[in-house]
Ligand binder design. Structure first.
Ligand code: NAP
Length: 251
């Protein structure tokens, strides 16, 4: 119940969708502080209030920032460490973009959009991990990267998004191997198909009610954030039980 008691977490992309549900789940698990990051201030403020409602004692920090910008990453980590007394025990790299909608094939993919997707989905996790590590190595910690089945299979039309997730899987494996001897662990989770703004935008012709409510996929994240998974490093998890998902439902 209180598996995250005393822990401080930083979750990117937590104004809606999976990130918000993770923040609420972490609050319910007794986290001491949760920093949430997104660009849209109005949505982020609503999210902050929802998380705070779980427990008035939790320190909830809402940081308006764009993770695709290196200077914003510096500010996110500095602000969080400052507010949480130098502690970040859990980092969830969740913020992502699917890029232009409708999603173009690679042949038609604009270079600037391609770069922006990689900056948001891949370079940002790389930089955030680099920046939080000095604080984490001192006290131990858990890094959780959010991937997708589009990160292990190249689906037509999922272009830069899928490629960024392939990169994220490699980034996760490499960090995990390099941190093997430390008390920081790096694992990554495919949450499976969820009914969120991102997925509805990616597949507007599909019925979104067939996809999971993101509130129902959080338990593996709470486990990986808690000390129960202290010795788990370099593993890929799937948050839902179904296995062979149809290509049209990739996200
Ligand atoms: N939905 C699915 O079916 C599915 C399946 C597999 C994997 N995933 C993965 O699950 C994670 C969460 O996705 P979701 O479906 O919950 O998405 P979502 O509902 O669209 O939420 C995305 C969040 O990321 C934030 N964000 C996007 N770009 C950002 C940026 N440059 N800087 C800061 N924040 C940014 C958004 O806020 P702002 O726009 O205000 O910045 C929002 O809070 C992603 O990593 C996604 O790839 C999703």
């Amino acid at each position: 119940m209180n598996s995250l008691q005393g822990k401080y977490a930083l979750i990117t992309g937590a104004s809606q969708g999976l990130g918000l549900e993770l923040a609420i789940a972490f609050a319910r698990a007794g986290a001491a502080g949760i920093a949430i990051v997104a660009r849209n201030k109005a949505l982020l403020d609503v999210a902050r209030d929802l998380i705070q409602e779980v427990d008035k004692q939790i320190q909830v920090l809402a940081i308006v920032a764009d993770v695709s910008q290196a200077q914003d990453i510096e500010r996110i980590v500095a602000t969080t460490l400052n507010a949480f007394g130098g502690h970040i025990d859990i980092l969830v790299n969740n913020a992502s973009t699917i890029g232009p909608e409708p999603m173009p094939f690679l042949l038609d993919y604009p270079l600037e959009d391609f770069r922006n997707v990689l900056n948001t989905n891949l370079i940002a996790p790389f930089l955030l991990i680099k920046k939080v590590l000095p604080a984490m190595i001192e006290n131990g910690g858990s890094i959780i990267n959010v991937t997708s089945d589009a990160g292990i299979t190249g689906y037509p039309g999922w272009g830069a998004y899928g490629i960024s997730k392939f990169g994220l899987e490699g980034l996760s494996q490499t960090w995990a191997a390099e941190l093997e001897e430390s008390n920081v662990r790096v694992n990554w989770v495919d949450p499976g198909n969820m009914n969120t703004a991102m997925h509805r935008a990616a597949e507007p012709d599909e019925d979104p009610t067939q996809w999971a409510n993101p509130a129902y996929v959080t338990s593996i994240f709470v486990y990986l954030a808690s000390d129960e998974s202290k010795h788990v490093n370099g593993q890929r998890f799937h948050a839902q039980t179904e296995e062979d998902e149809p290509l049209s439902q990739a996200a």
